[in-house]
Design a protein around this ligand. Structure first.
Ligand SMILES: NC(=O)c1ccc[n+]([C@@H]2O[C@H](COP(=O)([O-])OP(=O)(O)OC[C@H]3O[C@@H](n4cnc5c(N)ncnc54)[C@H](OP(=O)(O)O)[C@@H]3O)[C@@H](O)[C@H]2O)c1
Length: 315
């Protein structure tokens, strides 16, 4: 099979589509023939060598965290995960694993969900990593309840577009920030108020939000405190030392700062599927590239201008 590999850290051109062995599955695992994968900012950071603590420095290195495809083999699956050959599946690899930019990927069955029948593989590719991130940030860390108000900063990217829709399903009223180019997109996805951050900065705003979800990641609890209720929660996507420190410092406070670290979960994929079936969660795809053109896809993600997801077509 072929997989995207790189033999040194560097710019997008270091990635090559090269031969690699088809993975051997172990007990409890599924072999997936990949149809599409999505591109996430993390893939660019890994390729540039910014996460050497996680990636190590041995080459070749592989890339990619989420995938959609069909099951081609299974091994000793527990009764709770009855996947079989031909099933259409999607999901995310556990955070410290990569390698979904490939023709075949082995996955633990417990990390996969079934793609709803009305959703094409292409659309499904826009869901796993960003859908899980937004779900776990809003439901688990933000503890969003029906009737609450949620502010989403940087709402037009992959995480933000999933976040608007999920906050709405959880019953919240949503306010967003994006540049002027994406105000209409945010409103279409469910924002009752869409603010252009190029005209109005966060410190000029007033409000009383239960949750501030910093999907883009350029705010802090201190910068947005004036927008939170006394028990409000700030949730960020940026796993920096400063943000973990702020999390620890606010553990016992009424206003809390939280850092989402997305976890692979078949159960959460099933929740996302349920909302897709009910017509409450939709894929937002900006651009599609063939997998061999992954350098162009990474160059585009690095512009930080993606509206929703960038996906790679594998077959
Ligand atoms: N911790 C975790 O588990 C986890 C999981 C997933 C993602 N992340 C992180 O979350 C961040 C967002 O990921 P993503 O996939 O959503 O990225 P993305 O899709 O590449 O985000 C692109 C969006 O960012 C917006 N943007 C650019 N500059 C902005 C600014 N100054 N203020 C507000 N928005 C701005 C753009 O909107 P405009 O063009 O309208 O400005 C664009 O729509 C990344 O840093 C990623 O690494 C973390």
């Amino acid at each position: 099979m072929k997989a995207i590999q790189y033999h040194r850290f560097g710019p997008p051109i270091v990635m090559k589509y090269e031969e690699a062995p088809i993975p051997l599955i172990k007990s409890g695992e599924v072999l997936v023939k990949v149809h599409y994968v999505s591109v996430n900012p993390k893939d660019c950071f890994l390729r540039m060598g910014k996460y050497k603590v996680i990636s190590g420095t041995r080459f070749p290195q592989f890339l990619g965290s989420d995938l959609v495809g069909e099951v081609v083999a299974t091994k000793n699956l527990p009764a709770a995960y009855p996947f079989k050959e031909g099933d259409r599946v999607y999901g995310m690899l556990p955070s410290l694993k990569v390698g979904s930019y490939a023709e075949y990927v082995r996955m633990k069955a417990k990390h996969l969900g079934h793609i709803p029948s009305q959703m094409a593989y292409r659309e499904a590719a826009a869901i796993p990593l960003v859908g899980l991130t937004a779900l776990q940030a809003l439901r688990d860390l933000g503890q969003v309840q029906a009737g609450q108000s949620v502010f989403i900063n940087g709402a037009s990217g992959g995480v933000g577009t999933a976040g608007i829709q999920i906050a709405k399903v959880l019953g919240a009223e949503v306010t967003t920030t994006s540049s002027w180019r994406n105000l209409e997109l945010c409103a279409q996805l469910g924002a009752s108020q869409a603010i252009d951050y190029t005209k109005t900065s966060i410190d000029q705003l007033n409000g009383s939000f239960d949750v501030f979800f910093d999907a883009y990641g350029n705010q802090t609890l201190d910068k947005v405190r004036h927008l939170l209720t006394p028990n409000g929660r700030y949730v960020t996507t940026i796993p920096s030392l400063a943000n973990f420190a702020q999390h620890a410092l606010t553990c016992l406070n009424a206003q809390k700062s939280k850092v989402v670290a997305v976890k692979a979960s078949g159960k959460d994929m099933d929740q996302l599927s349920e909302w897709i079936r009910a017509g409450k969660l939709h894929a937002v795809i900006d651009r599609e590239f063939a997998i061999a053109d992954v350098p162009d896809a990474h160059a585009y993600i690095q512009t930080k201008r993606a509206r929703g997801k960038v996906i790679l077509r594998v077959i």
